[in-house]
Write a new protein. Sequence first.
Length: 80
Amino acid sequence: MMNCFDNFVVWSWNVRGAVNATSKHHCKKLSMKYHPSICVLLETHVQFGRMASFWNWLGYFPAVIMEVNAGGIWVLTSGG
């Protein structure tokens, strides 16, 4: 029987601000090391539109984006 969750990786991070250079560096490093199928970022403190090209460049696309004044939650899926 084939297991559909082989090589399925999910990471979640309370990033506390997704737009700064340190957060972007860590996101890039983690995505390249673990190749997650789903990335969940909490407390992003920025509109996804400002970061969309960065995530698209890494190969991730929005599945669920919840933006609120005090933070935000992004659920991103890999494109491949």
